[in-house]
Structure formats: C-alpha cells, structure tokens
Design a protein around this ligand. Structure first.
Ligand code: SF4
Ligand code: SF4
Length: 101
C-alpha cells in the first residue's frame, strides 16, 4: 500500500480558533488548510489536517489561542492522501504524547 508518510498528528480545538491563518503558514510540510465553507460556532474558519504531519509542533507554537495538541507517533505510518480524521490515525497507531522534552 502506498500513502503519505506521516510521523505525527494533531488535535484541533476548532471552537477556540479565531481563524487567523498563522498555523497554516507555520506548517513546514503544508498539511494544514483552512476550511472554506465551514465555520465554528463563533463564525471563524478553522484549520484541518491532511496526511503528512511530522509532529514538529510548529502549529502549536504559532497559535495564539492554544488550539493544538501535537503527538509524535512511535513509528511512521502511511495514510491516504487528503484530510485525516483524527480517529484514522488513532486506529492505525496508538499516539505517543510528547509531554517531556
Ligand atoms: S505538527 Fe508540524 S507538520 Fe504537523 S500540523 Fe503541526 S506544523 Fe504541521
Ligand atoms: S493559528 Fe490558531 S487561531 Fe489561528 S487559524 Fe490556526 S488554529 Fe486558528
């Protein structure tokens, strides 16, 4: 099976997002994209994750509203190209939360 190598995943608290786009610009592999036709309850567009996250944590560091939780996977996985449902990654590999540096 071929897919997009993925080493990390993020949880996005979409209701805390203010739609500023900073995380999209900060993501080195460009796997975050803002919604175009969906909004949170405060009326802001919010980011969605596609396959290929490296777990680098830049999105979390750039977000002024603490929207992201980032995990690095214990081992890389290959995911189908396109948006990642959080449950898809969690089903594939038990995520390892990088709490200690
Ligand atoms: S952890 Fe890194 S690669 Fe993954 S979404 Fe955030 S900035 Fe992008
Ligand atoms: S940086 Fe944070 S507040 Fe700004 S769009 Fe991204 S998730 Fe939303």
């Amino acid at each position: 099976m071929s897919g997009v190598p993925t080493r990390g995943t993020v949880r996005i608290d979409i209701e805390s997002c203010k739609g500023c786009d900073l995380c999209v610009a900060a993501c080195p592999p460009g796997v975050l994209a803002m919604t175009t036709d969906r909004y949170n309850q405060r009326g802001y567009r919010y980011p969605e994750l596609s396959a290929g996250c490296t777990g680098c944590n830049r999105c979390s560091q750039s977000c002024p509203d603490f929207v992201f939780e980032v995990w690095r996977l214990d081992a890389p996985v290959e995911l189908p190209e396109g948006p990642v449902a959080e449950s898809a990654v969690h089903r594939t590999v038990e995520p390892h939360k990088d709490e200690k540096h």
